[in-house]
Design a binder for this molecule. Sequence first.
Ligand SMILES: C[S@@+](CC[C@H](N)C(=O)[O-])C[C@H]1O[C@@H](n2cnc3c(N)ncnc32)[C@H](O)[C@@H]1O
Length: 260
Amino acid sequence: MPDPVAPVETNSGNDRFNAEAAAWDKKPFVHAMSLEAWKAIQKSVPSLFIEPDNSLGRPDILEIGCGTGLLTLEVAPAANRLVAVDAAPGMIDVLSSKLNQPNAPNNVIPLALLLEDPEDTMLPPAEQAKPNGPRLKFDLIISHLVLHHIPDLKQVLKTMLGCLNEGGSVALTDFEDFGPEARRFHPEYKMDGVERHGINREWMTALMLEVGFRDVKVEVAWEHDKVVENYPGEFKLGKPAEGEGNRMKFSYIICLGKKA
Ligand SMILES: C[S@@+](CC[C@H](N)C(=O)[O-])C[C@H]1O[C@@H](n2cnc3c(N)ncnc32)[C@H](O)[C@@H]1O
């Protein structure tokens, strides 16, 4: 099925995220959206968090595109193990330094990795006694504001399916592609690494079903106002200067599916 929005020309998204890593947490927007994502994930997968079957214990969770760990550190107390993967080593360096703080959770495994293979040997083994054996499978896979950066979403969804336990779930959050105006989510100077302007609900539902997920639901989880450029290239200082920009409402979707 073709992507309804042609991918945007990019050079290296990794370069962009390595460069942004040290200052990532200074933006209030990224904190607020990670908290919304965590609320949406708990509500959407209540069997793991709100009404957990305690006989099953806490879930093993894989996060793809964890960045500096804003969502990771919210989720960690509810997880058994949380493997946090990001393709940009600069982002993982920031997360690792947070994990070295005295009160940090000790169940997070940060990995600088572009995950393309469910049996990648950087992932933890399923059994400690067999370090070279099959890799750990997860009860839940999460990702937040990452899908719109991924060139081949079908391939990544297949990889996610391969990383899940039977009956395991994905809960993936991103902004919605609601038409041409969705392009305004990113100012022009942040287009590097943007592969599509959000996630279209119908297209994503069809893609997840095609890859083999069941119980697929792609729905709006929350809305948020964002300051956007009035015209492409307006923000020249790396953020809106006094009097620049306009507030615009964006919807955020959660993409849910299970492995049969
Ligand atoms: C917009 S940032 C979001 C980071 C974090 N989730 C947050 O909300 O603060 C997107 C992140 O996804 C990572 N990323 C993009 N494609 C990826 C992939 N295929 N595998 C792992 N990480 C990826 C980037 O390196 C970047 O850190």
